[in-house]
Design a protein around this ligand. Structure first.
Ligand code: AHR
Length: 556
């Protein structure tokens, strides 16, 4: 939709969404299905007095879809200090590094068990020519990055460096190929260069550049936002490109991690709410249904930022409860947007073969003062940790269709996991939430029913609590509980069946204020602390701190 268009030199447009309340057929319908859609009637004024306890029912024997680990994917674009400084300092740097990658950042990301990293963009991808980023570093051509500050792109971080970085953190590669200003030939060559084991000229070039074995590329994005920075294409025009790229851009390495040895091809999808975007999804999915053998896709991308107003005006630190509530309200619109596009996909793909891939999401605020235009630098507060938990919960409830997501972006850009300043690094509240949620990666979704109640701030009414549950391969049941209310604790009484619960313990993330942040001087203001629940006769009871995210392991 673009809710607005911002024509500063490196302009971007942004999209937003609406709401829904179904739980993918997994949760029970009606007033106890899922907090967000079953909140009690909004109260016009701020609640006073003690809030009623929240009763949760968790049936751990019910079998839902797998919550793919790829929902916890990251996005690293050549943008501002995201790659250069954030990840790459070069082998000659005084900052401890391994082949140019900063060791502190790599270690922190390894602990997150990052499943995949999307690279090189973003808008950057549709102006990226891979040949500029291979071969001896000293011989690489410097180019420009017109989307993001117009700075020089030295191309020192190229294909080999990205693949090495992904390897160092243990993540899969999700490459976006250039459709906007590239050609199918260029993209096909890149994939051959990367993946063939046969002694072709491109494979020999790869070997000469230091990598003999073919790489694995499990995920391939065919273009990025082709309706805007990726080439201003109509859905029909993009479709014609998709057909061609999808046909000719091949992966020659059978040793792919995705079951069938296949590389999953992800088409550009919608960027928000409104007829423009439903038409886009319709066009691609209709063609998918009618396609013949010679082209295919396994994913449809969707981008959805939490921004409220364009250009981004909300502050990332130094805000109050009103802005807290407004941003959370906006972020919850992700649910309705997924529902809307998933319903269109169901029409053409009832077997849900095509994944909805939310490969750009997160909060987009006003840039921090004194940071360059186009670098998208913002702080990351407790509000962002809560926002991350709410979105992950939404993705998990849609896990039958949403099988991959990538938060924007990994380091120093937008809703980052990590901020760096020279040799210093700080972990953000969003990082901590991603870490607390690691046990949900590839766990089985378990339905939770509850009446969320409401939290009201001025004219805004939100669910008071949110919750999801999952069972991992060892049989442990994981409960993620969020208390959105910034002033009142929430008493939770969860009846857990399907596991003989004896203990429930984990971690809670909260902080003194909704806008509490971690800084280089005070890096642990927002940090997880141990949490223990009382377990009695299959009942798990815990009081959630105001404005908090808690993850508990419920064990026999
Ligand atoms: O994440 C920043 C930018 O937002 C990406 O480059 C683009 O795809 C989106 O509009």
């Amino acid at each position: 939709m673009p809710i607005g268009r911002h024509r500063f030199p490196y302009a971007r447009s942004v999209r937003r969404a609406s709401t829904w309340g179904l739980l993918l057929g997994l949760a029970l319908p009606g007033p106890t299905a899922h907090g967000q859609s079953t909140a009690a009637a909004p109260s016009p004024a701020r609640q006073t007095g003690p809030a009623a306890p929240v009763a949760l029912t968790v049936d751990a024997s019910a079998k839902g879809p797998t919550i793919s680990r790829h929902l916890f994917g990251q996005f690293a674009e050549h943008l501002g200090r995201g790659v250069y400084e954030g990840v790459w300092v070069g082998p000659d740097s005084l900052i401890p590094n391994t082949r140019g990658m900063r060791n502190d950042v790599v270690a922190a990301l390894k602990a997150l068990k990052v499943p995949n990293v999307r690279w090189p963009g973003g808008c950057f991808a549709d102006e990226y020519h891979w040949r500029n980023g291979i071969g001896p570093v000293a011989e690489r051509r410097a180019t420009l990055n017109p989307n993001w500050g117009g700075v020089i792109e030295p191309n020192t971080f190229g294909t080999r460096e990205f693949m090495d970085f992904a390897d160092q953190i243990g993540a899969d590669a999700y490459l976006s190929v250039n459709v906007g200003s590239g050609t199918p030939h260029e993209a096909a060559d890149w994939l051959e260069y990367l993946t063939t084991a046969q002694p072709t000229a491109l494979a020999r070039e790869r070997e000469a550049n230091g990598h003999q074995a073919p790489y694995r590329i499990p995920f391939l994005g065919i273009g990025n936002e082709s309706w805007d920075c990726g080439g201003n294409m109509s859905p029909e025009y993009y479709l014609s490109q998709l057909r061609i790229y999808s046909r000719f851009v091949r992966n020659f390495n059978p040793a792919q991690q995705q079951g069938s040895g296949q590389m999953l091809k992800i088409a550009v999808g919608p960027g928000g709410d409104g007829p423009r975007w439903t038409e886009w999804t319709e066009t691609i999915m209709k063609a998918y249904k009618a396609r013949q053998w010679s082209w295919d896709m396994q994913g449809l991308s969707m981008h959805q930022y939490t921004v409220v107003r364009w250009p981004p005006a909300y502050k990332s630190v130094g805000f109050g409860e009103t802005e807290y509530a407004q941003i959370l309200k906006s972020t919850l619109e992700m649910d309705g947007l997924i529902a809307k596009h998933a319903a269109i996909m169901d029409k053409y793909d009832p077997e849900k073969k095509v994944a909805l891939v939310v490969d750009e999401w997160g909060a987009w605020y006003a840039k921090l003062p004194d940071t360059p235009e186009g670098f998208l630098e913002q702080q990351n507060s407790l509000r962002d940790g809560i926002l991350a938990a709410l979105n992950i919960n939404i993705f998990a409830r849609h896990a039958d269709r949403v099988r991959m997501a990538n938060i924007a972006q990994m380091v120093n850009v937008l809703q980052a996991m990590i901020l760096t300043q020279k040799d210093k690094m700080v972990l953000t509240p969003t990082y901590h939430v991603f870490k607390m949620y690691v046990p949900f990666q590839d766990a089985t979704f378990v339905p939770v029913t509850f009446a969320a109640g409401t939290y009201t701030a001025g004219a805004i009414t939100l669910p008071r609590v949110d919750a999801i549950a999952a069972r991992d391969a060892s049989g442990t049941v994981w409960l993620a509980l969020t208390n959105l209310d910034p002033t009142k604790p929430a008493e939770i009484a969860a009846t857990v069946s399907g596991v003989a619960a004896r203990t429930a313990a984990g971690e809670t993330l909260t902080a003194p204020a909704v806008d509490s942040v971690n800084t280089f001087e005070a890096p642990a203001t927002v940090a997880p602390r141990p949490a223990t629940a009382v377990v009695q006769g299959g009942r798990v009871s815990i009081t959630l701190a105001p404005k908090s995210v808690t993850v508990l392991a419920v064990r026999p």
